[in-house]
Design a protein around this ligand. Structure first.
Ligand SMILES: [Zn+2]
Length: 329
């Protein structure tokens, strides 16, 4: 069930779309009447024909003959109008409003049932509402800079953070660009502050720009909301939205409070999306053992076995920026 506010917001959008289509069509029509005054005359004459039929009936006389005459006049007017419009490159269809959705003419309903376009809008607005809670904004890959990652090889792994992160960023960029709604799920793993959130938001920005529904949120916030709804302390359908969105990004997994409700809710979401072949992106600083210790085998095996792992490395970027600003750079 969608919330009332979401439904009203979607209906308001459709009303606005319908209004724009009608205004545009009326403007084209009016332009034509201005440019070719005969069009207006013909339309006025045609509008009078039913009054003429009534007058003929009241008049007595040979009604059939009179009506036949009016009908023929009307046909002649129609032919003249069509020829005039054609001469000016307009078909009668150009005066019809062009609706965003041809199924429901932007009314939101077909035969009394919600149209797909209305359902799509409500899904989109529900996702936006959840993402807005995080106060984070989807961003662009161009804002990701490699300058905060060292180009010197790590003594232990022999890999330079900059080279590693270049690969991770390129992978995520291609992932987002080629997104089709049935992509792999991703596990972004690494210490705090090395860009996992930024990468997630860049993927969100690109995927959103392609028209897919995306929910991004710190896991604590989303689970807390689900819990409040589950126990009747708040209205909403967060679980449905998390299960149904095209891409779900759960940030900071492992930093939320530990509770059996949270663990089973997390399992339901991760498993439900895997079953529906919908991609999820999880970012965490937990390693495999920590994931298992914290969530148990059921969740850990799905995440480590079925998600594509991407390892983020480097030093905390916020701390580096802080040091720079203290040094006055
Ligand atoms: Zn529609």
């Amino acid at each position: 069930m969608f919330k009332k506010e979401i439904y009203e917001k979607a209906m308001a959008t459709l009303k606005e779309r319908r209004g724009i289509a009608l205004t545009r069509a009326a403007a084209v029509h009016e332009q034509m009447r201005e440019a070719v005054p005969r069009v207006r005359e013909i339309e006025q004459l045609m509008a009078q024909s039913s009054a003429k039929v009534v007058a003929a009936i009241l008049d007595g006389g040979n009604i059939e003959k009179q009506v036949e005459k009016i009908k023929n006049e009307n046909l002649a007017l129609q032919t003249e109008l069509a020829a005039l419009l054609q001469k000016h490159g307009v078909t009668a269809g150009n005066f019809e409003p062009v609706h965003s959705c041809s199924d429901c003419q932007d009314t939101g309903f077909v035969d009394g049932k919600p149209c797909d376009c209305l359902q799509r809008l409500m899904r989109e607005y529900s996702c936006m509402e959840l993402t807005e809670l995080s106060a984070m904004k989807p961003t662009s890959f161009d804002d990701l800079s490699l300058e905060y990652y060292s180009s010197r090889a790590d003594g232990r792994t022999g890999i330079a953070p900059r080279a590693q992160m270049r690969q991770v960023i390129e992978y995520c960029r291609a992932y987002a660009r080629n997104f089709d709604g049935h992509d792999d799920s991703l596990l972004l793993r690494g210490p705090t502050g090395v860009g996992k959130t930024h990468l997630s938001l860049a993927i969100a920005g690109e995927v959103l720009s392609q028209g897919y529904s995306v929910v991004y949120g710190p896991v604590q916030q989303l689970l807390h909301r689900m819990e409040r709804e589950h126990f009747g302390r708040a209205d909403g359908n967060t679980e449905d939205v998390l299960l149904e969105c095209d891409l779900l990004i759960l940030d900071d997994v492992g930093t939320e409070f530990s509770s059996s409700f949270y663990t089973s809710a997390l399992y339901n979401i991760i498993n439900g999306r895997l079953m529906a072949e919908k991609p999820t992106i999880i970012s965490t600083n937990l390693n495999q053992k920590e994931l298992t210790d914290r969530y148990g085998e059921q969740i850990a095996s799905r995440v480590t076995g079925l998600f594509e792992p991407l390892v983020c490395v480097g030093k905390d970027i916020r701390q580096q920026k802080l040091k720079q600003s203290l040094k006055g750079e």
